[in-house]
Each structure stands twice: as structure tokens, then as C-alpha cells.
Design a protein around this ligand. Structure first.
Ligand code: SF4
Length: 317
């Protein structure tokens, strides 16, 4: 069976333009220092977009803020609250179809009334009232609503290596899935896709691992809907960062495939590394390197096709 390969970095990713160093903030500054650009270099290709500039607000410009209910706030100018740009920002997001179809993820600037994904300030009323910190920027909200599976993250969370790895993993998985759709989703390709992602998903979320398996156990009926449901569940599972215990669990399952194949010293070495990974005392890469070394001596086609064993690409120097 011909099976589309996993796309290699750098993959195109949308980003709030101020994070790329563009001086588009309301005060004429940029926000490049909020993005771990060095850690992402060569892994993603940043495609900047500024919704406030996009709707013609110019730079510099009067700032806006969110007012009203946290679930559906309005974006109003601070100095002239009668100027409401909510609908313009939403319409701008809707007009970015071709841009969003060309990217495999989106990095948003935190706390922005347009781009913030979470914890954005929302005032209950124009004049005073309680201040909440549970809002979402108008542009970000619309992007997420229109593309629920698109991997999205706020720039500040990408400073955390575990969050960054999880985000990059979701981007690569999202791109791979779309390559699969382009090639034509067949029953065989769907099952093969799942087979390759099994231990990656298990490390992130055993619950979603089981759910995906159940979804694929009966592919009768609307195949397109089943494929969509499977992918939604896979992406939901991958949103959970893999913990040491998660890696330990996935590696222990993989270790089972080596039973009866290894020499005693090899088996002891593998058991030692898997246990250290489970305890967080060894990195996943330590286990990957050892498993790949063992697979060279003791090939196992099922393990060898696991995405989980592919090393995370490293940033360019
Ligand atoms: S946060 Fe969004 S709207 Fe604000 S300057 Fe950056 S890209 Fe533009």
C-alpha cells in the first residue's frame, strides 16, 4: 500500500505578526521577545498576520479592550467605547480562509483582545464593573471556532519544552493527516495511520488511545464521518502533554514486542531505560536511541513504523 510520508519541517504556521518582530502593536512596538524564536528556528515557517492592522486600524492606533460577557465580549476602543470593532475582527478571520488552509498551526500573542487564546481581560461594563481574566480574543475565537482541529498555542506556553514538543507534534500530525486526505482516505490508509500513531497517542493519553481504537473497530456506515471523528479524538488526545508516566506506559507496551528476541544484557538494558523514563530520570530520546539500536539487530516492522520512535527534529543553530 502506498502511504503518504510524514511531512518534514519546516512546516508553515500562522502567527500573530507582532511576534515575528513586525512593529504592528497599538503602540508601534513589536512583541518578538514573547516568542521562543530560536527554539523554533527551522522547525516551523512563521507566516505573520495582524488582524487589527488587517481591519485598517493602522499603527500606532488607539488600544481596544474586551467588554461584556466573557463568552461573547465586544472589542471596544478604550478612548471611544462607541467604536466597536468586534464584527470587523470576526469578518477578517472569516476572510482568511486561504491563509488558514495553507498553515498547519497558529501561534497567538497572549493577553491580546484580538489574538489572546485564554486569560484575556474582560470588563463587565464600559465604566467599571468586575474585571475577569477568562476571555479570548475576538480573532483567535473565530479562528478556533472555524478550524477546531488546527493546532493552536499561545506564544508564552511555547517557552515550556514539553508544551512546545506537544505543539510541534500536533502540527506534524495535522499536516500528515492532510497529506493523507489529499491522497484519498481509504479504510486501509486510515488503519495504517492509526497503527503508526498508536504509541505516540498512548504516551499522550491512554483514554484517547482506547477511544480511537474503538472508533476504528467498526468502520461500517459513513466512512467520512468516522474518519473525521477519529482525527478529532486523536488531536484532542495529543493536546495533553505526555508525562513521564505516559512515556513509561507506552515504552513498556513496546518493550513487550521484544520479549524472547533480546539477549539477557539487552533485555536488562532496555528494562532499565524504560523504568528510568517512567520515573522521569531518563529522556524519551534515551529510550528511542536504545530501541532503534535494538531494532537494527532485531527488526520488527510494526515497531519500526511507529512515529513515536522518530526523534523530535531539533532547531537550527
Ligand atoms: S496581538 Fe494580534 S492584533 Fe495585536 S499587534 Fe499582535 S498581531 Fe496585531
Amino acid at each position: 500500500m502506498d502511504f503518504p510520508s510524514r511531512p518534514q519541517p519546516p512546516l508553515p504556521v500562522g502567527v500573530s505578526a507582532c511576534l515575528t518582530g513586525a512593529a504592528v502593536r497599538y503602540d508601534g512596538a513589536d512583541a518578538a521577545s514573547s516568542l521562543p524564536a530560536r527554539e523554533l528556528r527551522g522547525l516551523v515557517r512563521l507566516c505573520g498576520l495582524c488582524p487589527e492592522v488587517g481591519i485598517g486600524m493602522g499603527t500606532p492606533r488607539p488600544p481596544i479592550r474586551l467588554v461584556g460577557d466573557s463568552n461573547s465580549p465586544r472589542a471596544l476602543r478604550v478612548d471611544r467605547p462607541e467604536v466597536d470593532v468586534t464584527d470587523a475582527l470576526s469578518a477578517f478571520a472569516d476572510a482568511q480562509n486561504s491563509f488558514l488552509e495553507g498553515v498547519f498551526g497558529f501561534i497567538f500573542m497572549e493577553r491580546s483582545p484580538s489574538c489572546g487564546l485564554s486569560s484575556v481581560k474582560v470588563r463587565a461594563e464600559v465604566q467599571g464593573g468586575p474585571l475577569r481574566l477568562d476571555g479570548r480574543g475576538v480573532f483567535a475565537r473565530r479562528v478556533v471556532e472555524s478550524r477546531p482541529h488546527l493546532p493552536v498555542e499561545e506564544s508564552r506556553r511555547l517557552w515550556d519544552p514539553a508544551q512546545r514538543d506537544a505543539f510541534l507534534t500536533r502540527i506534524a500530525t495535522f499536516a500528515h493527516w492532510h497529506r493523507l486526505l489529499d491522497a484519498g482516505l481509504t479504510r486501509l490508509r486510515l488503519l495504517e495511520f492509526h497503527a503508526r500513531h498508536k504509541y505516540l497517542l498512548m504516551a499522550h493519553s491512554p483514554v484517547h488511545y482506547r477511544r480511537c481504537g474503538q472508533l476504528l473497530s467498526d468502520l461500517r456506515g459513513d466512512f467520512g464521518a468516522k474518519g473525521e471523528g477519529y482525527f478529532a479524538s486523536l488531536m484532542e488526545g495529543l493536546r495533553r502533554p505526555a508525562t513521564a508516566a505516559g512515556h513509561g506506559n507506552a515504552l513498556a507496551h513496546m518493550q513487550g514486542y521484544f520479549r524472547g528476541r533480546l539477549t539477557k544484557p539487552e533485555a536488562a538494558r532496555l528494562a532499565h531505560v524504560v523504568e528510568r523514563c517512567r520515573l522521569g530520570a531518563a529522556s524519551l530520546d534515551d529510550a528511542r536511541v536504545l530501541m532503534l539500536e535494538l531494532l537494527e539487530r532485531h527488526p520488527h516492522p510494526y515497531l519500526q513504523k511507529q512515529i513515536y520512535l522518530e526523534r523530535m527534529p531539533t532547531p537550527e543553530a
